[in-house]
Write a protein that binds this ligand. Structure first.
Ligand SMILES: Nc1ncnc2c1ncn2[C@@H]1O[C@H](COP(=O)(O)OP(=O)(O)OP(=O)(O)O)[C@@H](O)[C@H]1O
Length: 226
């Protein structure tokens, strides 16, 4: 599903500008990969490369057996991405966003599905509100809900716990664990040890001098010690 081979990521033009040492890690369907490390160690940068939003400086990332190309319809259909940024259409309500996302991905008769996801993400009372009228946590819920309302084989999530209260974090962890158990893949950057323990099957621990592939428990303990 994902195979990263000595991947260097960063914002300059050559390997010398990489933000962390090369990353080698792989992930199969039904697995969860947590990307863990202190602030600024390169978690979001690596996820951007997995999502095809940033070219790698060296090495290679294959997703579904092919080099990442986010422009292909197939990649966009298979990969649901929620990064660390607000992105929404200000003139559409919560419900309209989710209907549009599902229909845009070719789904039909989505009303019931959308109602269920809205409820699951605690947005029922705000479903007719525009995103600008939501709290920041509610907007984050909307973005996450958008990823669950569409077909996908892989979820790429950058700190999905951000701005969520603890009840919602726990429900999200269960939802992502269920995603994995039904054969989906989840790759997520996170600072939340609960998410790591519940969702991940392995983790990549980014540090300034080394990158290690570790068990979820080792990664969760590393977060707790940061
Ligand atoms: N657009 C950018 N241009 C140049 N440098 C950047 C850019 N975005 C991030 N960086 C730098 O790249 C390094 C890695 O940043 P990144 O956002 O990947 O870290 P992170 O591990 O996700 O951190 P956090 O836990 O704080 O979210 C940091 O030194 C950061 O300052």
């Amino acid at each position: 599903m994902i195979r990263a081979d000595k991947v260097s990521v960063g914002y300059g033009s050559d390997i010398a500008s990489a933000v962390c040492p090369p990353i080698s890690v792989s992930m199969k369907p039904g697995e969860g990969l947590a990307v863990v490390g202190a602030n600024g160690t390169g978690k979001s940068t690596f996820l951007r490369a997995v999502a095809g939003l940033l070219d790698v400086l060296g090495g290679q990332i294959d997703v579904f057996g092919r080099p990442v190309d986010e422009r292909t319809r197939r990649f966009r259909a298979d990969v649901a991405i929620v990064l660390d940024e607000d992105s929404y259409l200000p003139a559409l309500t919560v419900r309209e966003h989710l209907l549009l996302t599902a229909r845009g991905h070719g789904m039909e008769r989505v009303s019931e599905l959308v109602t269920g996801i809205i409820e699951e993400f605690g947005l029922t009372a705000r479903q007719q509100a525009a995103p600008t009228a939501l709290s920041s946590g509610q907007r984050r819920r909307l973005l996450l809900a958008s990823a669950f309302v569409r077909p996908r084989r892989l979820m790429v999530l950058d700190e999905p716990e951000q701005r969520l209260d603890s009840g919602m974090r726990d429900r999200l962890a269960e939802r992502l664990a269920a995603e994995r158990k039904t054969g989906g893949g989840v790759v997520m950057a996170t600072h939340d040890p609960v998410l790591v323990r519940v969702v991940a099957t392995r983790a990549v621990l980014l540090g300034e001098d080394e990158v290690r592939v570790v068990s979820p428990e080792v990664a969760a303990q590393a977060i707790e010690a940061m």
